[in-house]
Design a protein around this ligand. Sequence first.
Ligand code: PPE
Length: 307
Amino acid sequence: MSSKPYKIWFDGKLVPWNEAKVHVLTHTLHYGLGVFEGIRAYECQDGRAAVFRLTDHINRLYSSARIAQIEIPFSKEEMRKAIFDLLVVNRFKEAYIRPIAFIGDGAMGVHPRNNPIRVAIAAYPWGAYLGDEAVTKGIRAKIASYTRMHVNTFMTKAKISGNYVNSVMAKLEVTSLGFDEALMLDTEGYVSEGSGENIFIVRNGTLKTPPLTSILEGITRNSTIEIAFDEGLHQVVTERFTRDELYIADEAFLTGTAAEITPIREVDGRTVGDGVPGPVTRRLQERFFDVIRGKDEKFINWLDFVP
Ligand code: PPE
């Protein structure tokens, strides 16, 4: 990324964007064991900025770190404060926030020995993840030829940097073929998730999403399920489904911090439903966008207002 007039929080200090640098022998750069988060802050209707589900994101960062055996040298409270400081110093009302804990330079070789654990948090503006029209019109998805990681190959519950090699390969493959997003099947052949999102389908009035066994525990996925219940959609099931069930779904959509709720209008060359975002998708999107902008009292506790 070229120079930006923003500060980055790095190992406990706010430093200019250009000075947040690492050595080429950074362990994580070579071997991929680092943990990160993706969080969004939104400007609410009253003009205040709020971070969406900050506690859940921080908890997931520390869970990822526990799985990866990375000891983050800051407390959760310090991380929370760092995120607020970063938003304030950069005067962001809306931002994508990217904390990362990684193994620094020192010993090379797969055993990180006593290499330092370094922690950075960047924040920057990031608009619609899959393009401006994606949220309103829906995207064209394709199932990638790459299989999602087996649960005993990579730790799928952790947001580990190296896990994303699988996502990047899948994304490069399908975008080179002209599609917007890659979906992946798990090692048993069931639909798992997108390269950076969870997936839902609507079929005969039932909302269905794969169980958490072998996917990232998406915070937007969880928010969507809670909102669906509150909307009176009581037929919400977490159940594995196959690619052909996706082909005959009435509606399909992706959820993620970056992607928010993005409808899928086509999969593998087959139109999903009527080829436009369906009524359930639109209802959930509408409610979700109200929630993140503080327009919904019911879920106001998901927002942490920037002091
Ligand atoms: N699955 C994967 C593989 C994934 O990367 C994400 C988030 C999700 C599900 C949804 O999780 P949640 O954000 O908690 O609802 N992907 C992040 C990174 C995207 C990127 O390109 O970088 C994100 O959305 O921030």
